[in-house]
Ligand binder design. Structure first.
Ligand SMILES: C[S@@+](CC[C@H](N)C(=O)[O-])C[C@H]1O[C@@H](n2cnc3c(N)ncnc32)[C@H](O)[C@@H]1O
Length: 217
């Protein structure tokens, strides 16, 4: 309920698009969306006879994963959705949640992908703005860390989307696929999900890229 509430409050702070629905109307819409996701998840659970285990939540920085030694070749799969590249107010969207949890937003923001390197770039990113190149450096580093943490034969599903900044398309999908292959992953498939009604937005949709870490010979 809190997550839906935070999401509703944030939607109103950011855009007047929802005024017509009213806060209660939007809250109910978002709640129904979550209920529907839950229902779909349970259908998948039944269909594939999945057994759910209790989750463990570890709070950490993806770029520091290798400092947690016992994570090497530990995981069967990784499902991840790294941040999109935007030019403004990266974490502002979650401010209300961070405030509720008593977290220092500035500290968290400084660890966000793309915020760390202070303009020091290892790779060559041609015409891309420095901010985007820094984001790509961190994205590549996190893909390398995922590779390190997966068992041989392990799978990666990574959700990414292309954004448009100052009229320029930031080609994150194709770049992520390239990073996965350069890291050693075998590309398996790409599933594109268009965002309905997104014609005028910075993001048109997102893609799930599925890759496999080769099994040991
Ligand atoms: C597109 S959101 C994904 C949200 C998630 N899939 C969900 O449904 O809540 C990107 C997430 O990446 C996290 N993130 C950004 N930089 C990170 C880092 N260096 N280490 C770990 N997580 C990071 C952000 O906190 C944010 O929640």
């Amino acid at each position: 309920m809190l997550v839906v509430y935070f999401d509703t409050v944030d939607a109103f702070v950011r855009t007047s698009r929802y005024n017509r629905k009213g806060k209660v109307g939007l809250f109910i819409e978002k709640l129904n969306y979550i209920k529907n996701c839950y229902k779909k998840m349970m259908e998948i659970k039944d269909k594939y006879e999945l057994k759910f285990e209790k989750a463990i939540i570890l709070e950490n920085d993806m770029l520091e994963l290798k400092n947690m030694n016992d994570n090497q070749e530990k995981f069967d799969a990784c499902i991840t959705s790294p941040p999109y590249y935007f030019s403004i107010d990266y974490v502002g969207k979650d401010k209300i949640s961070y405030d509720y949890l008593g977290k220092d937003m500035k500290k968290i923001e400084s660890k966000y992908l793309g915020m760390k390197n202070n303009g020091h770039l290892k790779g060559n990113y041609n015409e891309l703005p420095t901010g985007v190149a820094m984001y790509y450096e961190d994205l590549k580093e996190s893909i390398k860390n995922i590779y390190w943490a997966l068992k041989p034969g392990g799978k990666l599903a990574i959700i990414v989307g292309d954004s448009t900044v100052n009229g320029k398309k930031i080609p994150t999908t194709i770049t992520t696929k390239k990073f996965c292959e350069e890291t050693g992953f075998k590309f398996e498939k790409l599933i594109f999900n268009p965002l309905l009604g997104a014609r005028n937005r910075a993001i048109r949709g997102d893609s799930v890229i599925i890759c496999k870490k080769p099994a040991r010979e």
